[in-house]
Design a protein around this ligand. Structure first.
Ligand SMILES: [Zn+2]
Length: 342
């Protein structure tokens, strides 16, 4: 009888899901409006009377992690729910020296956010500086948190990420989950490794198929997620990792690929990386000492910047930046160049 009741509830859940999946909201009714709770792996799905639902983790575990996180500097310093790169803003720090990161321990594990074909790796791709891996998925596929942590950012990002969730983890890393169709988590919410945080899609990148754009960053500095993940076995290569400055650089081979160019594909923004002289008919006024700074509505280009990175950082688009500055998306950026951002 109990089984039948659960089965019927599950069926009614499925029909609710079918009707209201698109209307799933983060503004949930309070607990007195709970209709039922259905186990789902290590978490639960809670159904509310108002035909909305949510994934939940054991509240005691979440309360404990919340209390722990409240005592940790990492969850208070440079904590910002509105910008994508809180460590670099307003000052860009240099990439860190060698750092040892304890990724997981007995208490806190790792779960691959989604397993599928990797369609684009970390590094230069078609003239873009791609600081992520792209994992193919069907639109609507659940995407999971990689490690335990606290949601730092959950909103639609106009800079190209689309629906974006950023989680800051107890191990010090931040992970980025972009182009999502649905976001199930709110800023400042505690999440556990493996918790479903949203579903995949192609928001902000509607010209391509659905995929998960997954980034790993240490203090805003991106490194190849495959540096730590043994992808096909769905686990980490090791419980800890030592990242060196080389891990935060875009590899030479990828640069060479871009320099050689592939007709019609090398459409990204060229950046003056090494400080070499770049020939350009139109002289650009630069102020190298202001590089990386924000002053009023202006930002001064720093080493390694691209228009798309600047757009993402300030929540705008490449097209908007081009319009504001009278430049094209292929314009060469110069270190210290003054760019209007709004
Ligand atoms: Zn990507």
């Amino acid at each position: 009888m109990e089984f039948l009741r659960k089965s019927l509830l599950f069926l009614s859940f499925l029909s609710i899901f079918a009707s209201f999946a698109g209307a799933q909201t983060n503004v949930l009714p309070d607990s007195s409006d709970v209709l039922d709770t259905i186990p789902y792996g290590e978490q639960h799905i809670v159904l509310y009377k108002a035909n909305v639902w949510d994934y939940v983790i054991d509240p005691e575990i979440l309360a404990r992690d919340k209390a722990i996180s409240d005592t940790m500097d990492i969850f208070t310093e440079r904590w910002n729910n509105e910008i994508t790169f809180p460590y670099q803003w307003p000052d860009p720090g240099p990439p860190p020296d060698s750092i040892l990161i304890q990724l997981v321990d007995d208490e806190r594990g790792f779960v691959l956010p989604h397993y599928g074909m990797i369609t684009s790796g970390f590094g230069w791709r078609y003239g873009r500086n791609h600081k992520a891996i792209d994992i193919d998925l069907e639109k609507g596929t659940p995407v999971r948190a990689a490690f335990d942590g606290k949601v730092r950012y959950s909103q639609y990002n106009n800079g190209g990420y689309g629906n974006l969730i950023i989680i800051r983890h107890f191990n010090g890393l931040e992970t980025y989950y972009a182009h999502l169709t649905t976001r199930y988590v709110k800023p400042n919410q505690i999440v556990k490794a493996g918790q479903i945080i949203g579903t995949g899609g192609n928001t902000g990148a509607h010209w391509t198929g659905a995929h998960l754009h997954f980034e790993c960053r240490w203090w805003d500095h991106a490194f190849d997620p495959l540096r730590i993940i043994e992808f096909d076995s769905l686990r980490l290569k090791s419980d800890s990792v030592i990242l060196t400055p080389a891990d935060f650089k875009i590899s030479q081979s990828h640069k060479a690929y871009v320099n050689n160019g592939v007709n019609g594909q090398n459409s990204g923004t060229a950046v003056n990386y090494g400080g070499n002289n770049v020939t350009n008919n139109k002289p650009v006024e630069t102020n190298a000492s202001a590089s990386g700074k924000v002053m009023g509505n202006y930002y001064y280009v720093k080493k390694g910047d691209t228009l798309s990175a600047i757009a993402r950082r300030f929540g705008t688009s490449v097209a908007k930046l081009c319009e504001l500055n009278g430049i094209s998306k292929n314009s060469t950026l110069h270190i210290g160049q003054k760019i209007r951002i709004k």
